[in-house]
Every structure is written in C-alpha cells, then in structure tokens.
Design a protein around this ligand. Structure first.
Ligand SMILES: [Zn+2]
Length: 293
C-alpha cells in the first residue's frame, strides 16, 4: 500500500454526442423531397474541472439531452464554440446559455457576420423542415479574440478553412490528444451536403480535407455521422470524403438530371446513410447547372 495520494493529472478528452435522425420536412416544402436529416453531432471537450462544447445542435430534445450530459459531467461549462453558420450547429446555444448562464458562446467574426445575414432565412427553412421540434433562433455568438480556446489550460486551436459544406467555416484541433472536430468538412458514412456550394468550391473543399489529413488526427468528430459511427476510423473518413467529393464532381458533369446523379452516387456509396442529403444536393447542383446554360 502506498501513502502517495497524489493523483495524476486528468487528461483532456473529447466526447461526441450524436443527435436524433429526424424525418423532414414536417410540411410540404416545394421542390424538396421527403426523407430524413442526417444525425448531427456536438462535441464535449473536458478536462479536470471544465468543459468546452463545440456546436450546439438544434432539436429541442437533443439540446435537452446534451445539457443533461454536460450537467452529469459535474464540470463547469465555460464556453460554447460554433464552427459555422448552419442552424443545425448553433440554434441550441439559446437554451444552453439559459441553462448554463456562466458559459459564453463564441465564434469567429466571419462566422458571426454570416449567422446574422442568414438567420432570418434559415429560421424559415428550419421551421418548414422541423416544425416545433426545433429550437427558435435566439442569441448570436460573441466574437472570439484570437484562435485559441482553453479547457483546464489545454489549448483548442481554431482553424479557419477555405470551404466545407459552406464557407466561412472552421475546424478545431486539440493537439494534446490529436483530435480534430471537423465541423462539416469531413463526413462519416453519411452523404455530404454538396447542394450549398459550387463546383469550384468543391475543389476548395478537397483542400480542406488535405488540411485535416495533415494534422494527423487520431480521432475525428464529424458534424454528421451515423449514431454508431467510429470516430477513430480516421483514414476511412478522410479517404471517403475525398473520394466522394471527386466522384460527385465528376458525376455532376455528365448526369442528365438530378435523378441520374443520385443513382450514380448511391451505386458508388451504397452504405452511406441519409440519401435525402444527396437528393437535395443533386437537385440544387443540377438546377443551378441547367439554369446557367
Ligand atoms: Zn451540418
């Protein structure tokens, strides 16, 4: 028996919370098929006494469950960080700040500008997609000074990347544990959202995949993944996201219509979940392509 009561330092760790897989839209949405919205994640980064939350979800029940999880850690939520301007990643910040009033919510100034510009439009879209299940738009994050957050002294580096499903957009690197919280730059076994960007931006997105790869993460928290996804399947996630972007861009060039693009991609990626995202992406991309001709 030892009398040494000195306990080792508690290492920082990242815990991925995966939300529900809801049906959409709740009411007829012109030009939008019925299907499901991909499960969305939020990541808790915790140390001995503190928690930093990355992204805040959007479904009332998920935000409640996420708050319960934060509470059960017994640690202090100091900060909520928002990776990018999409309501599925930020709407929950309102109820979370009410529940954890000592926490602050931050994002990069670029991202905040974008949130302010699109909040009205996204609120309307989200209401059609999710109805009352969705948190109403609330406060906007405060600007983050610099690019570093800390949890019990361990740094979280915010990296602004050129493109993911939209831009401006960011990822978070936690060097101490080789984790990347990828926002919507990397997808895992879920059809990526390509309907909100242009073919030139898909090429920029490929550069973001390279950025993530160069960080040599041991674990990647994707913004959307299956509930049973493996966050340590790093090589697969990177390779599949890269291949998917290249395959979609190539198929887009030759597809005669959105249906054919969906058929090509589902044949290549039969195990990817949430075909609705692919249908939406194909309708948007092909619609823009044909309108430009
Ligand atoms: Zn998303």
């Amino acid at each position: 028996m030892t009398t040494d009561t000195h306990s080792p330092a508690v290492p920082v760790r990242a815990t991925v919370f995966v939300g529900r897989w809801p049906k959409v839209p709740v009411e007829e949405f012109p030009g939008i098929p019925f299907g499901t919205f991909a499960p969305t994640t939020a990541t808790l980064v915790s140390g001995a006494t503190e928690v930093v939350l990355i992204d805040a979800l959007y479904l009332k029940e998920d935000v409640q469950d996420l708050g319960d999880l934060i509470e059960r850690t017994g640690k202090k939520l100091t900060t909520i960080y928002i990776t990018h301007d999409h309501a599925d990643h930020y709407l929950g910040l309102g109820p979370l700040l009410e529940r954890f009033p000592e926490a602050k919510c931050v994002a990069l100034p670029h991202v905040i500008e974008s949130i302010k510009e699109t909040m009205q439009m996204q609120t309307e879209q989200w209401r059609l997609l999710f109805g009352d299940a969705c948190v109403l738009a609330g406060p906007v994050p405060d600007p983050l000074e610099g690019h570093t957050l800390y949890v019990d002294g361990s740094p979280l580096q915010i990296i602004e990347v050129k493109q993911a499903d939209i831009h401006p957009t960011t990822i978070v690197h936690i060097p101490e544990i080789d984790v990347v919280v990828a926002g919507d730059s990397i997808y895992h076994e879920i059809h990526p959202m390509l309907g909100l960007s242009t073919p030139a931006e898909w090429q920029d997105w490929l550069e973001t995949v390279d950025v993530v790869e160069r960080l040599r993460p041991r674990m990647i928290a994707c913004g959307h993944r299956r509930p049973d996804g493996d966050d340590h399947a790093v090589d697969t996630m990177i390779a599949q996201t890269r291949a998917y972007l290249q395959d979609f861009a190539a198929a887009y060039e030759v597809a005669k219509d959105a249906e054919e693009l969906v058929a090509t991609m589902t044949a290549k990626y039969p195990n990817h979940g949430n075909v609705w995202t692919l249908q939406f992406s194909a309708i948007m991309a092909i619609g823009r392509r044909d309108a430009a001709q």
